[in-house]
Design a binder for this molecule. Structure first.
Ligand code: NAD
Length: 418
């Protein structure tokens, strides 16, 4: 069994506000990729069809502790393969190519142009026509799966079965198959003994991370109430990978997406703070204002553009998590956590130092930290910060919340994975 993730203590940082408002305006289908495709390597943030930087991908400020306090754990360089360079160009956005303990040896995307662009951005010498092919490469020790959400679990399971460590973009499992995928993914991690981590960006938001340190130090006591939100106007109309034509267009996986099928930016605000579990849920949904949610060809037959869920927690507390693709004057990924005891300002809670030259990156300066944490968990054979149990609870809580919303708020139990 892997040891607990156990970073040294650090001081608290200010809350980051993450605006995604306007992400959608002007974004659509081929135009989006065409706009993005003209940009060079991974250092250039992706832009929308109007040339504006996609919120979450703005150039971050320098981390004050980056490079200065970082201590190498090893001179080992883990050989990494990276999959996926779609709308968000996520494959190059997490700084694997900058980490001193990483050698990015291979890149893949189903689309040859996106594959070549990813390989160039991350400096990979080898390319593969698919993640499935890349996973067979015996040289590769770890894979970063930044493909479309419906493919995450299948590719992660395959990679684990081929003896690779896996870091997966969120969510861990998806859609109607999520329950079945969760069981298989959990079993694949257990049977392989490899490291699996879900790249939940909220986990390394400065405010969440500080609360996690408070909780670990026993400062907050039992968490009585927590709430988390992912407000992002228009996601259900946003482009995504469309397996029917191989393009990134508005008939991809985001079309009509049930908000609670993408819950982890919100649910992290309980699970990543405490390591506890969301156990039961009652949720409500409200009909989306966007036409794609009313169409019969909505692939998920989903009407809801906003879903709000009340949860019971494993420590007898209450949690309220919300995801909306509709709300105006609301944006970002944020949350609040309240315990029996007050926040203790003497407990340090700043995020760990990063290697020299490694950027904290987008989404609240979380990208570099997630990569560094994943790599360190492999080097130290330590439990990753979002392990398979946390990943499945964060994700399945939303899957079951959507089921509850479809049943008018009926209380449902969330399947638990160790
Ligand atoms: N804050 C966050 O954590 C955050 C933000 C944005 C996106 N994401 C996640 O990042 C992932 C990528 O997002 P995106 O918008 O770029 O996705 P996308 O749907 O636009 O692109 C997916 C890419 O994966 C490629 N792909 C699909 N299957 C493949 C396979 N078998 N082998 C190789 N390549 C394959 C596709 O060709 C496409 O280029 C998504 O899962 C999304 O949920 C997370």
């Amino acid at each position: 069994m892997k040891s607990q993730e156990n970073e040294p203590p650090y001081g608290e940082e200010s809350t980051e506000g993450l605006s995604r408002r306007g992400f959608l305006q002007g974004m659509g289908g081929v135009g989006v990729w065409a706009g993005m495709a003209g940009l060079a390597g991974g250092d250039t943030p992706p832009t929308d069809a109007d040339g504006k930087v996609i919120p979450g991908f703005e150039k971050p400020g320098d981390e004050p502790q980056a490079g200065t306090k970082w201590q190498p754990l090893s001179d080992r360089r883990i050989k990494v393969g990276i999959a996926g360079y779609g709308l968000c160009r996520f494959g190059a956005a997490f700084g694997y190519q900058q980490h001193p303990n990483v050698e990015v040896v291979a890149a893949t995307d189903l689309d040859p142009g996106r594959c070549a662009a990813l390989a160039k951005a991350v400096g990979a010498k080898k390319t593969y026509p698919s993640c499935e092919e890349m996973i067979k490469d015996r040289e590769i020790e770890a894979v970063f799966i930044a493909t479309d959400a419906p493919s995450h679990a299948r590719l992660a399971i395959m990679a684990l079965q081929h003896g690779k460590h896996v870091c997966s973009a969120v969510p861990a499992v998806f859609g109607f198959e999520a329950g079945d995928e969760a069981q298989k993914l959990h079993e694949a991690v257990r049977a392989s003994g490899m490291t699996y981590m879900m790249n939940e960006t909220s986990t390394f938001h400065a405010a969440l991370y500080a609360k996690r340190k408070q909780h670990q130090a026993g400062a907050l006591g039992r968490i009585l109430y927590s709430e988390g939100e992912y407000w992002h106007d228009g996601v259900g109309t946003l482009a995504g990978y469309n397996p029917k034509n191989g393009r990134i267009d508005q008939h991809g996986w985001r079309r009509g997406l049930p908000p609670m099928w993408y819950p982890t930016h919100a649910t992290a605000y309980y699970v990543s703070v405490t390591g506890g579990r969301l156990t039961e849920v009652s949720a409500l949904g409200s009909e989306s204002l966007y036409p794609v949610f009313k169409e019969e060809d909505n692939p998920y037959r989903n009407r809801f553009g906003t879903e709000i869920a009340m949860f019971k927690t494993s420590e007898g507390g209450i949690s309220r998590m919300g995801v909306s693709w509709d709300m105006k004057d609301a944006h970002g990924e944020q949350g609040r956590v309240y315990g029996e005891k007050p926040h203790d300002k003497t407990i340090a809670g700043e995020r760990p130092p990063l290697p020299p030259g490694m950027s904290a990156g987008g989404h609240g300066g979380s990208h570099g930290h997630l990569t560094n944490s994943f790599i360190e968990s492999i080097l130290l054979d330590r439990r990753p910060i979002v392990d398979v149990g946390d990943a499945l609870n964060m994700t399945m809580a939303g899957i079951v919340a959507h089921q509850s919303a479809l049943k008018g708020g009926e209380w449902l139990k969330i399947p638990q994975f160790g």
